[in-house]
Design a protein around this ligand. Structure first.
Ligand SMILES: Nc1nc2c(ncn2[C@@H]2O[C@H](COP(=O)(O)OP(=O)(O)OP(=O)(O)O)[C@@H](O)[C@H]2O)c(=O)[nH]1
Ligand SMILES: [Zn+2]
Ligand SMILES: [Zn+2]
Length: 269
């Protein structure tokens, strides 16, 4: 996992950059001094026991921070939903549409995770929705420390919804609890119905699997029923929804699920 892919050095979370985009963001000129100079000395040749110990320390620390986030969110009745997928499945497109359609009636804000750029945060900001961008540099997932930093920068209202777009990756985000109320795995019909079997860990931790881009079903060889069965084979209790973020089909059930998550958090407060 992360100790071997290079994203999970114990000190790495401090290297993440959290940006609240402004109207006059001249960020393109800022020096890129984050992580390019890090030596690539992670674990080649180290005994396996050392790698395992490092992984355990990273995950134990993350779990502690995630519990703090969970308590913080629960006290405030805030439903944070962590949306994970491979790059390009449509996370930002779904969030853009969701905030456009919900923000009139429900307080909602967004945390965007990407290795680099403010592009996704800029797309969300164009909807008028409060947003912060977390740039993880070489990291390939959000962790609980980044989540806490982003929540501090965002200051979401009590009883609100925080939609979190994780870094596009079906592997590492599965391991890092953010303290969120719900984990969503998004898969699009162009990716193949076998993905739950090939990346079982992320599907196993999901509360909801969303199958996106159903408007493309006539053009691709993708069996919705097979994908759903594959998801249930690794996570029998998981909810599965199919929708089209661009076409709008199936979005009602997505909004109903979000509303139920929010209601659950408000009740707990
Ligand atoms: N046909 C179709 N295209 C979609 C749909 N949802 C997203 N797309 C397209 O898929 C591409 C990627 O969408 P994004 O929303 O940027 O994907 P993402 O998951 O946020 O990507 P990363 O942030 O890079 O991981 C864009 O060209 C979208 O227009 C959909 O429901 N149908
Ligand atoms: Zn990783
Ligand atoms: Zn995105």
């Amino acid at each position: 996992m992360c100790a071997t892919c290079g994203c999970g050095k114990v000190d790495e979370p401090a290297g993440a950059r959290i940006t609240v985009p402004h109207d006059h963001d001249h960020h393109h000129d800022h020096p890129h001094d984050h992580s390019h100079g890090h030596p690539n000395d992670h674990d080649h040749g180290h005994p396996r026991t050392e790698t395992v110990t490092l992984e355990q320390r990273i995950l134990a620390k993350n779990d502690r921070l995630a519990e703090e986030n969970r308590a913080w969110l629960t006290e405030r009745g805030i439903a944070a939903l962590n949306i994970m997928s491979s790059p390009g499945s449509g996370k930002t497109t779904l969030l853009e549409r969701t905030v456009r359609e919900l923000q009139e009636t429900v307080p909602v804000s967004v945390i965007e995770g990407d290795q680099e750029t403010l592009l996704d945060a800029d797309r969300i900001r164009a909807t008028g929705c409060p947003v912060v961008q977390v740039n993880t540099g070489s990291g390939c997932h959000l962790d609980a420390e980044m989540m806490r930093g982003a929540l501090d920068a965002l200051s979401p209202a009590n009883d609100s919804i925080v939609l979190v777009e994780n870094v596009g990756n079906l592997v590492c985000p599965a391991l890092f609890d953010l303290g969120e109320q719900g984990k969503v795995v998004l898969i699009s019909v162009t990716e193949g119905a076998d993905k739950p079997l090939k990346y079982p860990h992320i599907f196993a931790v999901a509360d909801m699997v969303v199958i996106n881009k159903t408007d493309l079903l006539p053009y691709v060889d993708f069996d919705l029923g097979e994908c759903e069965r594959n998801a249930r084979s690794v996570n029998p209790a998981v909810r599965v929804l199919d929708l089209s973020a661009t076409g709008g089909q199936g979005l009602d059930r997505w909004y109903e699920w979000i509303a139920a998550q929010r209601a659950g958090m408000i009740t707990r407060r």
